[in-house]
Design a protein around this ligand. Structure first.
Ligand code: GAR
Length: 192
């Protein structure tokens, strides 16, 4: 299975996916790494790993890409032979050009137990709400924000004295375990 990774940030989930491929747990290849943020950690990781990269820098829009640029993204993913689009800290909303090109083949990881705490800084929302349990969710991407069909979830406790940073770190440790596992499952299911 060929993966196309999209990310805006430091890329720790991407690193976990690369590690699972390297140690033989995940039979997949990363065909393309795409970021909307020049200089982001995820691009550096891709370069170090010899993964082709694409930068789609569109500062005019903050929450999405324009249809024209998203079409470029679709072309690049297709040209790379991508089977599954993996959002790993990609902070823009995916719109119809991409959704239509990869139906049920775009997944996302979100740092909450959806449907609770959709949107940004979900761990801060969980902390502010005073919940005892937080976690992360892997889900298919649809036209809404963080509403697609859930593929898997992992829980972590919220501990006394937790800060936003400590809670996010605990959630991320689970993300790094869960995301490669779900991709592995999807790769097995789609194997000819
Ligand atoms: C992850 O915690 C991911 O769940 C979150 O961004 C972080 C990216 O970290 N995604 C979202 O909030 C999407 N709504 P990373 O760049 O280290 O993988």
């Amino acid at each position: 299975m060929k993966l196309g990774i999209l990310g805006s940030g430091k890329g720790s989930n991407f690193a976990a996916i690369l590690e699972a491929i390297r140690n033989g747990e995940l039979h997949a290849a990363v065909a393309l790494a795409v970021s909307d943020v020049p200089g982001s950690g995820i691009l550096r990781l891709a370069e170090e790993a010899g993964v082709p990269t694409l930068i789609l820098h569109e500062p005019r829009y903050r929450t999405r890409l324009s249809p024209r640029v998203e079409e470029q993204l679709v072309d690049a993913l297709r040209a790379a032979g991508v089977d599954l689009v993996v959002l790993a800290g990609y902070m823009r909303i995916v719109k119809s050009p991409l959704l239509d090109a990869f139906p049920r083949r775009i997944i996302n990881i979100h740092p909450s137990l959806l449907p609770s705490f959709r949107g940004i800084s979900a761990w801060e929302q969980a902390l502010a709400a005073g919940v005892a349990t937080a976690g992360c969710t892997v889900h298919y991407v649809d036209a809404e924000i963080d509403t697609g069909e859930i593929l898997a979830q992992a829980e972590v406790p919220v501990l006394p004295g937790d800060t936003a940073e400590s809670l996010h770190a605990r959630i991320q440790a689970e993300e790094h375990r869960l995301y490669p596992e779900v991709i592995r499952r999807l790769a097995m299911e789609t194997r000819p």
